[in-house]
Write a protein that binds this ligand. Sequence first.
Ligand code: SAH
Length: 253
Amino acid sequence: LFVDETLAAGTTIGLADDRAHYLRNVLRLQMGAALRLFNGRHGEWRGRIARLSKGAADIAIEVALREQTAGCDLWLAFAPIKRARIDTLVEKATELGISALRPVMTQYTAVERINGERLRAIAIAAAEQSERLSVPEVHGAVTLEKLLADWPGNRHLLLCAEAGSAKPIAEALMSHSSKDLDARAPWAVMIGPEGGFAPGELDGLAKLPFVSAVGLGPRILRADTAALAALACWQAILGDGRSRPPRCASPQL
Ligand code: SAH
């Protein structure tokens, strides 16, 4: 369970409304049941339900189970897409380990508004389900110009380019994996909207020193598919996809 509160031995956390409802009616936990909690700062802790009523629950925090580890520093910059697709995109990208969502308005972006609160709720649920110890940050939408104007120069940008002279993604990432320093550097994956990037946008992006334009093969993928394919490749070649899966999916509490 993700909580905002400080996690420390001997403290008690009070949960209200939705969160108490989730424990009682969704997870069907009862008084005395143990659960695992994280807040993105203090690692994972075992807690026990010390009080449970209709609209409120108290969780007594007992012992630390896992230390907080720094996850991948990997942003997903994406042009907002329609509701059902953006929801799956956020869920799956969270499972794939992104650290931040950076919605970006490009020339052909058709969706004007995003609901940051809903996206954060989806990211929290996906972080809980995938046993991450942090929730990706959900940024507000900015124009492509603004995103690039504020871009931290040391962050590599893997641009998924459906046109132009892009290298195959694996080839581009493998050339980075051989450079030790680069493999630890912060990264971002960027995908365009359903209408694609405007030719001027692609040309402008491809010229920037921190951009590697890559292709994902001969088929045109939908934006959400392209994002997830690129993230999976990045994780496999440069990220934590190289480490082993957890030995036990649900460690005993
Ligand atoms: N309407 C556009 C396709 C847009 S696909 C057209 O027909 O050309 C949406 C986004 O997914 C693209 O902007 C790109 O970022 C990514 N994408 C889709 N297929 C891709 C591919 N084969 N290689 C690289 N990126 C791709």
